[in-house]
Write a protein that binds this ligand. Structure first.
Ligand code: FAD
Length: 456
């Protein structure tokens, strides 16, 4: 097999939100950076489409915001959920700090292409598409680069530092033998398309009913649909047949009507396995993992992309200087983990709570109604703003810095972050409580229904 050797200062594995943002930020600081991405383009359906206010703020700090907002997108200033037949407002972004008081909905390939196009303007940036990392190069305990496959060629990318941003099935973390802490997840997501009409609801809405949750992401002329199902139930659904599946979708979102007939074979419906896990240690000598590679996120709350981008910003802040000076130590890599571990753990804890709530919904396959408790929670003054902050900004937001944060600056930022952390945690807790309440009420109704059936 043909063999090629490349040299770079930092090799970023994976051109998702974390990898492309890190590539851009390092190149901007003049670091020789090579991003390798296994696919030939960014055009894939199974990516979230949310660009959060915090990410828009970062684009503002980089002077890219105006140009970015010229790309076709939808601006969502609040998020709601339809429980049974009642629409409830959950998150309000209109008061979040920063230049944009909304979540921008844009196909993720447009966002990634935008970052790639801008990164390519820096001479120190290189993007290698269709390069799949298959292993890490090692010298003793140190990671010294990446072995990649490009068609029939083998490419060795030698680097001072490898950053694994290759997502939740990361090769980098497994090749480095980093220990993964798994959290059980009771859900999977079925991913498919249904055409969209101009008079359909435009916002991303979660529909919860009949033991399932349906998310419909507006991609102009079609919806990217994500059906949240109990883990392991897809085979049972298939056994019941496509007609029953279509009826289920129509029951949850009646306005789709006959469009569910567009689903004519199971091949149109892909299962995406959901995971929540995190590495005990995000690094070893010569390697750092960020984004889903360090901590796989569930789609719950639509916050994984935000976290991935924030990791990239923190990593660039800590690493650009040392990379330029050729002195990246494991101490610096540890500092990145220390900085990002708290937001990760806080966010994953809330996602796990939300999953528990959803698991309760699955127990009742009948129609549900929004319980009064949920109405109460969503009407507590300020609760939707807090939820908006939690989803839109998140715990410990990052800002682009042109010098490595000093210990005193880190301490100062940490102090100011405490307030933000409080707001974000409150918001996330409120969202999770609301979900748990839905589950509890659904379970109670289902249980009572079963009891009445048995007694009657
Ligand atoms: C069904 C589903 C829906 C979701 N929806 C949302 C949402 O709406 N909003 C949200 O915020 N979060 C959402 N999430 C979570 C979100 O997708 C992730 O948290 C986020 O994508 C993490 O970004 P990343 O850059 O770390 O990894 P990824 O986005 O997974 O990117 C990894 C990149 O690495 C590449 N790669 C993988 N292996 C290799 C290799 N060996 N060599 C080279 N390249 C490689 C991949 O092709 C990919 O481009 C969802 C998750 C799931 C499962």
């Amino acid at each position: 097999m043909a063999h090629e050797v490349l040299e770079t200062t930092c090799c970023v594995v994976g051109g998702g939100p974390a990898g492309m943002m890190l590539g851009y930020l390092l190149a901007r600081r003049g670091v020789q950076v090579t991003v390798i991405e296994k696919h030939k383009d960014f055009f894939r359906d199974f990516r979230g489409d949310t660009v959060h206010p915090s990410t828009l703020g970062i684009l503002g700090e980089l002077g890219l915001l105006r140009e970015f907002l010229e790309l076709p997108h939808e601006e969502v200033s609040s998020l709601g959920v339809i429980v049974g037949d009642t629409k409830l407002d959950v998150a309000d972004f209109s008061h979040v700090p920063g230049p944009c008081k909304f979540v921008a909905l844009m196909p993720q390939w447009d966002f990634l292409n935008f970052l790639a196009d801008h990164a390519k303007r820096f001479p120190s940036f290189r993007l290698l598409m269709e390069h799949e990392a298959t292993d890490l190069l090692k010298r003793g305990k140190r990671i010294t680069g990446v072995l990649a496959r490009n068609g029939g060629r083998e490419v060795e990318v030698r680097a001072d530092l490898v950053v694994g941003s290759d997502g939740r099935h990361a090769v980098t973390r497994s090749a480095a033998g980093l220990e993964v802490i798994e959290h059980g997840v009771p859900i999977d997501v079925l991913w498919f398309r249904i055409s969209r009409r101009p008079d359909d609801p435009g916002q991303v809405l979660g529909n919860v009913n009949y033991g399932m949750g349906l998310i419909l992401i507006n991609r102009s002329d079609y919806f990217q649909a994500g059906l949240i199902i109990a883990k392991g139930s897809f085979d049972r659904m298939k056994a019941r047949g496509l007609d029953v599946f279509r009826d289920d979708i129509r029951r949850i979102a009646p306005y789709l009507g006959s469009r569910v007939e567009e689903l004519t074979e199971w091949g149109q419906i892909r299962i995406l396995t959901v995971q929540i896990n995190r590495l005990r240690r995000w690094y070893r000598q010569g390697l750092l993992c960020i984004g889903d590679s360090a901590h796989a996120m569930s789609p719950a709350g639509g916050v994984g992309i935000n976290l991935a981008i924030q990791d990239a910003v923190a990593a660039a802040n800590f690493l650009a200087g040392p990379l330029l000076e050729g002195r990246v130590s494991t101490k610096t890599l540890a500092a990145v983990q220390r900085r990002r571990e708290l937001p990760t753990r806080a966010t994953q804890s809330v996602q796990l709570l939300a999953h528990r709530g959803l698991a309760g919904v699955f127990d009742n396959s009948g129609p549900i109604q929004a319980p009064w408790q949920l109405h109460v929670v969503t009407h507590i003054p300020g609760i939707q703003r807090a939820a908006g902050y939690a989803v839109g900004i998140g715990v410990r937001p990052e800002h682009v810095r042109d010098e490595a944060p000093s210990e005193s600056k880190v301490a100062l930022v940490a102090k100011t972050a405490v307030v933000a952390l409080g707001i974000a945690t409150l918001g996330m807790a409120a969202t999770a409580t609301a979900l748990a309440w839905v589950a509890w009420a659904a379970w109670k109704r289902g249980y009572r229904g079963n009891l009445e059936t048995r007694l009657g």
